[in-house]
Design a protein around this ligand. Structure first.
Ligand SMILES: *[C@@H]1O[C@H](CO)[C@@H](O)[C@H](O)[C@H]1NC(C)=O
Length: 239
Protein backbone atom coordinates (compact mmCIF):
# COMPACT_ATOMS: atom_id res chain seq x y z
CA UNK A 1 0.00 0.00 0.00
CA UNK A 2 1.19 3.45 -0.87
CA UNK A 3 0.52 5.85 1.93
CA UNK A 4 1.57 9.36 1.23
CA UNK A 5 3.55 10.49 4.23
CA UNK A 6 2.69 14.10 3.55
CA UNK A 7 -1.04 13.37 3.41
CA UNK A 8 -1.02 12.43 7.08
CA UNK A 9 0.87 15.50 8.10
CA UNK A 10 -1.66 17.76 6.46
CA UNK A 11 -4.68 16.04 8.02
CA UNK A 12 -7.12 18.20 9.96
CA UNK A 13 -8.89 16.61 12.92
CA UNK A 14 -12.31 16.64 11.20
CA UNK A 15 -11.06 15.28 7.93
CA UNK A 16 -8.87 12.51 9.13
CA UNK A 17 -11.19 9.52 8.52
CA UNK A 18 -12.31 10.64 5.09
CA UNK A 19 -8.72 11.34 4.14
CA UNK A 20 -7.74 7.89 5.27
CA UNK A 21 -10.52 6.18 3.32
CA UNK A 22 -9.54 8.09 0.19
CA UNK A 23 -5.95 7.15 0.60
CA UNK A 24 -6.79 3.48 1.10
CA UNK A 25 -9.40 3.06 -1.59
CA UNK A 26 -7.60 2.90 -4.95
CA UNK A 27 -5.06 0.25 -4.06
CA UNK A 28 -7.03 -1.95 -1.68
CA UNK A 29 -10.35 -2.12 -3.52
CA UNK A 30 -9.58 -5.40 -5.28
CA UNK A 31 -8.13 -6.85 -2.13
CA UNK A 32 -11.16 -6.09 0.06
CA UNK A 33 -13.53 -7.25 -2.66
CA UNK A 34 -11.74 -10.57 -2.70
CA UNK A 35 -11.89 -10.75 1.09
CA UNK A 36 -15.60 -9.99 0.91
CA UNK A 37 -16.12 -12.74 -1.64
CA UNK A 38 -14.19 -15.27 0.44
CA UNK A 39 -16.12 -14.20 3.53
CA UNK A 40 -19.46 -14.70 1.78
CA UNK A 41 -18.33 -18.10 0.52
CA UNK A 42 -17.30 -19.17 4.00
CA UNK A 43 -20.62 -17.97 5.38
CA UNK A 44 -22.53 -19.88 2.71
CA UNK A 45 -20.57 -23.08 3.27
CA UNK A 46 -21.04 -22.75 7.00
CA UNK A 47 -24.74 -22.00 6.56
CA UNK A 48 -25.32 -25.11 4.47
CA UNK A 49 -22.97 -27.51 6.20
CA UNK A 50 -23.35 -26.49 9.83
CA UNK A 51 -26.74 -28.19 10.36
CA UNK A 52 -25.36 -31.38 8.86
CA UNK A 53 -22.24 -31.19 10.97
CA UNK A 54 -24.12 -30.50 14.20
CA UNK A 55 -26.66 -33.19 13.41
CA UNK A 56 -23.82 -35.69 13.03
CA UNK A 57 -22.14 -34.64 16.25
CA UNK A 58 -25.28 -34.41 18.33
CA UNK A 59 -26.86 -37.58 16.98
CA UNK A 60 -23.66 -39.34 18.03
CA UNK A 61 -24.14 -37.96 21.51
CA UNK A 62 -27.84 -38.72 21.61
CA UNK A 63 -27.38 -42.31 20.37
CA UNK A 64 -24.75 -42.85 23.01
CA UNK A 65 -26.88 -41.42 25.79
CA UNK A 66 -29.95 -43.35 24.56
CA UNK A 67 -27.98 -46.59 24.74
CA UNK A 68 -26.75 -45.70 28.21
CA UNK A 69 -30.28 -44.83 29.32
CA UNK A 70 -31.52 -48.16 27.94
CA UNK A 71 -28.97 -50.09 30.00
CA UNK A 72 -29.71 -48.12 33.15
CA UNK A 73 -33.48 -48.50 32.76
CA UNK A 74 -33.37 -52.26 32.24
CA UNK A 75 -30.88 -52.76 35.03
CA UNK A 76 -32.95 -50.78 37.53
CA UNK A 77 -34.67 -53.81 39.13
CA UNK A 78 -31.29 -55.51 39.53
CA UNK A 79 -29.59 -52.66 41.39
CA UNK A 80 -31.63 -53.38 44.54
CA UNK A 81 -30.82 -57.10 44.34
CA UNK A 82 -27.15 -56.22 43.96
CA UNK A 83 -27.25 -54.11 47.12
CA UNK A 84 -28.82 -57.06 48.97
CA UNK A 85 -26.15 -59.43 47.55
CA UNK A 86 -28.79 -61.37 45.62
CA UNK A 87 -27.21 -60.49 42.29
CA UNK A 88 -23.94 -59.38 40.83
CA UNK A 89 -23.78 -56.86 38.01
CA UNK A 90 -20.80 -56.61 35.68
CA UNK A 91 -20.57 -54.10 32.88
CA UNK A 92 -18.43 -55.21 29.95
CA UNK A 93 -15.75 -54.00 30.28
CA UNK A 94 -15.94 -53.94 34.06
CA UNK A 95 -16.86 -50.64 35.66
CA UNK A 96 -14.24 -50.59 38.41
CA UNK A 97 -14.87 -46.92 39.13
CA UNK A 98 -18.25 -47.79 40.65
CA UNK A 99 -16.73 -50.61 42.70
CA UNK A 100 -17.88 -53.53 40.58
CA UNK A 101 -16.37 -56.82 41.65
CA UNK A 102 -15.52 -59.13 38.74
CA UNK A 103 -17.90 -62.07 38.72
CA UNK A 104 -17.68 -65.07 36.44
CA UNK A 105 -21.05 -65.40 34.65
CA UNK A 106 -21.12 -69.13 35.19
CA UNK A 107 -24.36 -71.07 35.24
CA UNK A 108 -24.53 -74.68 36.35
CA UNK A 109 -26.63 -77.28 38.18
CA UNK A 110 -24.07 -79.81 39.30
CA UNK A 111 -24.39 -81.85 36.08
CA UNK A 112 -23.71 -79.37 33.34
CA UNK A 113 -22.63 -75.78 33.19
CA UNK A 114 -21.85 -72.96 30.83
CA UNK A 115 -19.81 -69.80 30.90
CA UNK A 116 -21.88 -66.95 29.50
CA UNK A 117 -19.19 -64.81 27.90
CA UNK A 118 -19.48 -63.88 24.24
CA UNK A 119 -15.89 -62.85 23.72
CA UNK A 120 -14.17 -65.44 25.81
CA UNK A 121 -12.32 -68.45 24.50
CA UNK A 122 -13.21 -70.63 27.49
CA UNK A 123 -16.95 -70.13 27.18
CA UNK A 124 -18.72 -73.32 26.31
CA UNK A 125 -20.30 -76.37 27.81
CA UNK A 126 -18.89 -77.99 30.93
CA UNK A 127 -19.77 -81.35 32.48
CA UNK A 128 -19.40 -82.22 36.14
CA UNK A 129 -18.13 -85.67 36.96
CA UNK A 130 -17.01 -87.53 40.08
CA UNK A 131 -13.67 -89.24 40.53
CA UNK A 132 -12.47 -91.40 43.37
CA UNK A 133 -9.10 -90.79 44.90
CA UNK A 134 -7.29 -91.97 48.02
CA UNK A 135 -6.41 -89.23 50.45
CA UNK A 136 -3.39 -89.10 52.78
CA UNK A 137 -5.25 -91.26 55.38
CA UNK A 138 -5.56 -93.99 52.73
CA UNK A 139 -9.29 -93.47 52.53
CA UNK A 140 -11.22 -93.24 49.30
CA UNK A 141 -12.80 -89.87 48.65
CA UNK A 142 -15.04 -88.57 45.94
CA UNK A 143 -14.07 -85.48 44.05
CA UNK A 144 -16.44 -83.37 41.97
CA UNK A 145 -14.64 -82.21 38.86
CA UNK A 146 -15.39 -80.18 35.78
CA UNK A 147 -14.66 -81.18 32.22
CA UNK A 148 -14.83 -78.71 29.38
CA UNK A 149 -16.41 -80.13 26.26
CA UNK A 150 -15.21 -78.99 22.85
CA UNK A 151 -18.71 -77.83 22.08
CA UNK A 152 -20.13 -74.38 22.59
CA UNK A 153 -23.91 -74.08 22.54
CA UNK A 154 -23.88 -70.46 23.69
CA UNK A 155 -25.83 -68.14 21.40
CA UNK A 156 -24.11 -64.90 20.46
CA UNK A 157 -26.56 -62.36 19.12
CA UNK A 158 -25.18 -59.49 17.07
CA UNK A 159 -26.93 -56.48 15.67
CA UNK A 160 -26.36 -56.68 11.93
CA UNK A 161 -27.25 -53.17 10.84
CA UNK A 162 -24.03 -51.99 12.43
CA UNK A 163 -24.86 -49.91 15.46
CA UNK A 164 -22.01 -47.68 16.51
CA UNK A 165 -22.95 -47.68 20.16
CA UNK A 166 -23.38 -50.71 22.29
CA UNK A 167 -23.40 -51.53 25.99
CA UNK A 168 -23.26 -54.98 27.51
CA UNK A 169 -23.90 -56.10 31.06
CA UNK A 170 -24.00 -59.51 32.63
CA UNK A 171 -26.07 -60.21 35.71
CA UNK A 172 -25.69 -63.29 37.88
CA UNK A 173 -28.80 -63.90 39.99
CA UNK A 174 -27.77 -65.85 43.07
CA UNK A 175 -31.34 -66.71 44.15
CA UNK A 176 -32.41 -68.58 41.02
CA UNK A 177 -29.02 -69.19 39.39
CA UNK A 178 -30.06 -67.45 36.18
CA UNK A 179 -27.41 -65.58 34.23
CA UNK A 180 -28.62 -62.67 32.12
CA UNK A 181 -26.55 -61.18 29.33
CA UNK A 182 -28.17 -57.82 28.58
CA UNK A 183 -27.16 -55.63 25.67
CA UNK A 184 -28.36 -52.31 24.31
CA UNK A 185 -27.55 -51.20 20.74
CA UNK A 186 -28.15 -47.89 19.04
CA UNK A 187 -30.54 -48.05 16.11
CA UNK A 188 -32.44 -45.52 14.06
CA UNK A 189 -35.72 -46.73 15.58
CA UNK A 190 -34.61 -46.27 19.16
CA UNK A 191 -32.35 -48.35 21.39
CA UNK A 192 -32.54 -52.07 20.78
CA UNK A 193 -32.55 -54.14 23.97
CA UNK A 194 -31.59 -57.82 23.99
CA UNK A 195 -32.15 -60.05 27.00
CA UNK A 196 -30.33 -63.34 26.75
CA UNK A 197 -30.89 -65.62 29.73
CA UNK A 198 -29.14 -68.91 30.36
CA UNK A 199 -30.58 -71.38 32.84
CA UNK A 200 -29.21 -74.74 33.93
CA UNK A 201 -32.36 -76.61 34.90
CA UNK A 202 -32.39 -77.74 38.52
CA UNK A 203 -34.88 -80.62 38.47
CA UNK A 204 -33.89 -81.73 34.94
CA UNK A 205 -30.12 -81.52 35.33
CA UNK A 206 -29.40 -82.48 31.73
CA UNK A 207 -31.23 -79.43 30.40
CA UNK A 208 -29.56 -76.13 29.60
CA UNK A 209 -32.02 -73.46 28.54
CA UNK A 210 -31.34 -70.29 26.61
CA UNK A 211 -33.90 -67.61 26.05
CA UNK A 212 -33.36 -64.62 23.81
CA UNK A 213 -35.75 -61.70 23.84
CA UNK A 214 -35.35 -58.48 21.88
CA UNK A 215 -37.31 -55.28 21.82
CA UNK A 216 -36.96 -51.72 20.66
CA UNK A 217 -37.52 -49.19 23.39
CA UNK A 218 -39.86 -46.31 22.70
CA UNK A 219 -40.71 -46.04 19.02
CA UNK A 220 -41.82 -49.07 17.08
CA UNK A 221 -39.77 -50.56 14.29
CA UNK A 222 -37.82 -53.67 13.58
CA UNK A 223 -34.14 -54.46 13.43
CA UNK A 224 -32.30 -57.52 12.22
CA UNK A 225 -30.33 -59.44 14.76
CA UNK A 226 -27.85 -62.05 13.69
CA UNK A 227 -27.51 -65.03 15.98
CA UNK A 228 -24.21 -66.74 15.81
CA UNK A 229 -23.81 -70.28 17.01
CA UNK A 230 -20.64 -72.18 16.68
CA UNK A 231 -21.10 -75.45 14.86
CA UNK A 232 -20.12 -78.64 16.60
CA UNK A 233 -16.36 -78.86 16.55
CA UNK A 234 -14.79 -81.69 14.59
CA UNK A 235 -13.29 -83.22 17.73
CA UNK A 236 -16.57 -82.98 19.57
CA UNK A 237 -17.98 -85.85 21.63
CA UNK A 238 -21.28 -85.13 19.88
CA UNK A 239 -19.90 -85.95 16.44
C1 LIG B 1 -34.72 -61.10 31.03
O1 LIG B 1 -35.53 -62.23 30.85
C2 LIG B 1 -35.72 -63.01 32.00
C3 LIG B 1 -36.49 -64.23 31.61
O2 LIG B 1 -37.68 -63.91 31.01
C4 LIG B 1 -36.43 -62.17 33.07
O3 LIG B 1 -36.57 -62.95 34.23
C5 LIG B 1 -35.58 -60.95 33.36
O4 LIG B 1 -36.25 -60.12 34.27
C6 LIG B 1 -35.32 -60.19 32.10
N1 LIG B 1 -34.39 -59.13 32.41
C7 LIG B 1 -34.57 -57.87 32.06
C8 LIG B 1 -33.54 -56.91 32.53
O5 LIG B 1 -35.53 -57.50 31.41
Amino acid sequence: MNYHPTAYKKMQPGHSIIQKIYSLSPNTASCSRRACFVGICVCLIFYYLAPYFFRQVFSGFSYKSAVHLCTTRHLAPHYLSAIEFDASINHLPINEKDGEVPQLPFVGNGKLASLVKYEQEDSGLYLFYDTLFTNENKKEEKEHKLLRLPYDPLLRPEHVTGSHHKEEVSVVNFRNGIVEHLSCYSSSHGPLFLNHTVIAHRSRPNVLLQRLEGRIDGKSGSEDVYIHQQTINHNSVFK
